[in-house]
Design a binder for this molecule. Structure first.
Ligand code: SAH
Ligand code: SF4
Length: 356
């Protein structure tokens, strides 16, 4: 391996890329060409950037890199969901999932981005949370998951069409604990000269990091905010999601009110259903009282069981009953469809070893 530190071009804004090519003694417009190769074609090798002069390709090769991560392993579910195991430059591994969207004639995919290797929040029901925390991902490593996945899908389906149209920050990690990199990755994904995914097609999911929610309220972004609630009383939530001890429900709901008032955007509360834990009539009542006054929907997610963890998915009867209680109580409620359960690619089943 070379000991020279190369400049990472992935995640660099066009303006900075222009300065960089100028620093190599090249005209500015070359930056546009490189930008197109990276973001429109997911090409990471300078030798493949065939409209650049050979001499520039050689100097780029020695001075720069484009770290679209390598796919080490890929699993495909019966329903078309794919899970990629990616390796970063430092050999750390993360998983990214692409999920086919139902109801579209030509299949389009949502991509579930990871923001950290592992997760420091440590929720009791979550495979990622139980696997510990290793490090934050850089913005380019988040963007790299999109490009790496796009490249795989393009090869598989032999098309140049852009198959990934929605991004959800719901993979491994807590996005709000890696705030700046997460926001920077959104700007890159959003750029119409590049990957061009509209802000309205992007969702950020948080376990309730109140500071992050307030900061997001001030960003002037059109993204959707999803909050993992999972319990409507503090004693249960303290246990399930340790972050609740720092930000109890009162503070969480205050931050949501601040967010909706500032942005006028509806938030989604995610609620995983855990058998015998959080789906009783009392839970439904508490949820209705807390959520009804807010500009919000509730998305119910049947728990995906994780081997080694004690939690169980409720029967479909119990799922239906809880759904009905919330709907009858006047909440705007939906039930999440299942994807990728057969390849451990469903929410909360991701971990860095890829071997489970
Ligand atoms: N850290 C963020 C985003 C990643 S987790 C957050 O917690 O919101 C994405 C979603 O999957 C969260 O709602 C999380 O609570 C949920 N989840 C975690 N483990 C799960 C499991 N085993 N089954 C179903 N959902 C799970
Ligand atoms: Fe982290 Fe989210 Fe898993 Fe909790 S549910 S441990 S916040 S990834």
């Amino acid at each position: 391996m070379s000991s020279i530190i190369k400049t990472e071009l992935l995640g660099m804004e066009l303006k900075s890329l222009e300065s960089f090519v100028q620093s190599l003694g090249q005209p500015r417009f070359r930056a546009n060409q490189i930008y197109t190769w990276i973001y429109k074609k997911a090409v990471s090798s300078f030798y493949e950037m065939t409209d650049l002069p050979k001499e520039l390709r050689m100097s780029l090769e020695s001075a720069a890199q484009v770290s679209i991560p390598r796919v080490l392993k890929q699993r495909v579910s019966a329903d078309g969901t794919r899970k990629f195991l990616f390796e970063m430059n430092d050999k750390k591994r993360i998983e990214t999932v692409v999920i086919p969207q139902s109801g579209t004639k030509d299949t389009r995919y949502s991509l579930c981005v990871s923001t950290q290797v592992g997760c420091p929040v440590g929720c009791l029901f979550c495979a990622t949370g139980q696997s510990g925390f290793q490090r934050n991902l850089n913005a380019y490593e988040m963007v790299g998951q999109v490009l790496g996945s796009r490249r795989e899908l393009a090869r598989k389906f032999k098309t140049n069409e852009e198959l990934i149209t929605n991004i959800v920050y719901m993979g491994m990690g807590e996005p709000m604990l890696n705030y700046d990199a997460m926001i920077s990755s959104i700007h890159t994904l959003n750029d119409h000269k590049g990957i061009n995914i509209g802000q309205r097609h992007i969702t950020i999911s948080t376990a309730g990091e109140v500071n992050g929610i307030k900061k997001l309220a001030e960003e002037d972004l059109q993204v959707t905010l999803a909050i993992s609630l999972h319990a409507a009383n503090d004693s249960l939530r303290d246990r399930l999601i340790p972050l609740n001890r720092k930000y109890p429900l009162k503070l969480l709901f205050e931050s949501v009110r601040y967010y909706t008032e500032r942005t006028n955007r509806r938030v989604t509360f995610e609620y995983i259903m855990l058998d015998e834990v959080n789906i009783g009539s009392e839970d439904a009542r508490a949820l209705i009282t807390s959520i009804k006054p807010l500009l919000a929907n509730v998305n119910l997610i049947p728990y995906n069981e994780v081997s080694g963890l004690e939690y169980k998915r409720p029967s479909s009867n119990k799922i239906r009953r809880f759904y009905n209680l919330l709907a009858d109580g006047g909440l705007n409620v939906s039930l999440r469809e299942e994807h990728g359960g057969d390849i451990e690619a469903a929410c909360g089943q991701l971990s860095a070893n890829g071997e489970r």
